[in-house]
Design a binder for this molecule. Sequence first.
Ligand SMILES: [Zn+2]
Length: 448
Amino acid sequence: MKVTQAYRYALDPAPGQVAALASHCGAARFAFNWGLGLVKAALSQREAEKSYGVPDELLTEVPWSLYGLRRAWNAAKGQAAPWWADNSKEAYNTGLDGLARALKNWSASRAGTRKGPKIAFPRFKSKHRAALSCRFTTGTIRVEADRRHVTLPRLGTVRTHESTRKLARHLERGTGRIMSAIIRYEGGRWFVAFTCEINRTERAPARPGAVVGADLGVKELAVLSTGEVIANPKHHRSALKRLRRLNKQLARRVGPRTPDGGRRQASARWAKTKAALGRAHARVANQRREGIHKLTSRLAATYGTVVVEDLNVSGMLANRRLARAVADVGMAEVRRQLTYKTTWNSGRLVVADRWFPSSKTCSGCGAVKAKLALSERAYTCIECGLVLDRDRNAALNLAALAADVAQSCGETRNARGGAVRPGTRAGRAPAKREPRKRGTLRRKPEAA
Ligand SMILES: [Zn+2]
């Protein structure tokens, strides 16, 4: 099975290499800003020419595509950036490509041919705020045979923090091909992510006939219909405590904003705490990601059919606290991972309709409650007297849903990453529908 898969490694660059990595990312930002300045100048030039009555065919041309921007950059780089040869040309290409995409998205959004929220005209990237990243698509991109180094254009050979074994094996066997590499600074660390075309060996789940329902939550990562409870990662809570402490510390120090909203020079101590806070945030995110990866890998490797809920919009409407939002980000991620992992394992993913009343339904007799407060941790059925943990009950309902789907549309294989979306169960009251929440499921699969 041919898939596009990313392999991401933390880097341990030498001090000189750190400067070169930062320089490449800065060059990408510079090219973006330079191109945007050019586009803006050309646009206002055009406006002025129009007001003088210059005919349309003689108006100044605005470089809008990557091709046009790159041509303009190559003509001007000697003047605009005499230091351009310090970085790979891919760095400038990254910035110009980002700009061309932003411009295209803006015009498509304005013309109404683009789905999703309205896209604003691109803005200049700030040195202090912009994320540091740069993409390489050509040149020497290689994983070294010692499995502890990677080679990138202009940057040379950089040591990786962990072994590149999994990717190296694919490359050595000829079942994998690197298509591009992205360097990125995140949470106080440099990373490289290789986008690869991998020919994966077909796998089957350990129990192809088995069905599992997973109710994802805040308190626990998930409760399975088998009764198993998967707790949040152990150190998660202490990391949150540290986060709270650092936030307080940051508030006490002299930041870039004065109390009345003006700007000022931030203190070195503020910057230090800010960096520590960034690392603490990254740590929480890493712990959560690890827990989610372990859960989804195990579910996809064990069960033939996995059933999860769609994003819990109704739950969010009932309770607008941050915790629900955090959980929903996790749910979107679990669903994204299950989608590709079930495909990789020749399994099936069933996503319950978001209005499927998984919590309010009795898993014993099928009776649906009109109301169930979030504080009620146990489900008590007034029809048949069943008493069960709330999340377990929801997980059992989800598992039962898979049988309904199999009946209504036969054996549905999750052929190309597409999830099966059943409607509400027969005989149960469908709830009203609301528009879909956007922008949560846009990322490519990461290395498992
Ligand atoms: Zn019941």
